[in-house]
Design a protein around this ligand. Structure first.
Ligand SMILES: Cc1cc2nc3c(=O)[nH]c(=O)nc-3n(C[C@H](O)[C@H](O)[C@H](O)COP(=O)(O)O)c2cc1C
Length: 168
């Protein structure tokens, strides 16, 4: 057997980490917010296709994912990397990231959620479960590297209900 770098595996496994995605949470009633994510993954849990994402306490997006079960992951091509950097550095508390980047979101009536129109593909999901990451279960080196500011992540597991592909 040949030993290979796990990052050389092409598929959903490293899609979020390598290409990033825009996580959009919320619905028609509470509104929505979007931010860039690069941690997370796709797999199976409770006999369902799921994605899981990690959202820090400080993110404006967290208020929306906690209040609504509509969650989408929008995957865009490399030409939108600058826009993804804006979605990953500015807060929806302060700016309208869609206005600032020229990206558009669309509301999906059946699903009561939003996704990014310019995406190559979209995962439309419903939140199933969440779990706060707490310091007592983390190795010290992870705490030192990622949580010096005590801004912990919450893990969200979301069932993938639909996979949309832009065929243009
Ligand atoms: C490439 C990239 C990946 C990111 N991944 C995550 C992530 O997985 N989880 C997270 O909480 N923040 C992540 N962030 C940071 C948020 O996207 C960023 O803080 C954003 O401005 C939050 O927006 P909001 O306050 O409107 O929610 C990432 C940022 C970048 C640039």
């Amino acid at each position: 057997m040949l030993k290979k770098d796990i990052n050389s595996y092409n598929g959903f496994f490293n899609e979020i980490n390598n290409n990033w995605a825009i996580l959009t949470c919320g619905d028609k009633f509470i509104g929505s917010n979007s931010m860039t994510v690069s941690w997370g993954g796709i797999g199976y849990l409770w006999d369902k296709p799921v994605c899981f994402v990690f959202v820090r306490e400080s993110r404006h997006t967290k208020k929306f994912i906690d209040k609504s079960d509509s969650v989408t992951l929008s995957f865009l091509s490399d030409k939108y990397k600058k826009a993804l950097a804006v979605f990953g550095s500015k807060s929806g508390k302060d700016v309208d990231k869609f206005k600032e980047t020229g990206l558009h979101k669309t509301f999906d009536l059946d699903y009561n959620g939003y996704y990014v129109c310019e995406s190559d593909y979209v995962l439309k999901c419903k939140k199933l479960f969440s779990l706060d990451i707490t310091k007592d279960k983390l190795p010290d080196y992870i705490k030192d590297d990622f949580y010096k500011n005590e801004d912990y992540h919450t893990l969200y597991v979301c069932e993938i209900k639909q996979y949309l592909v832009n065929e243009e």
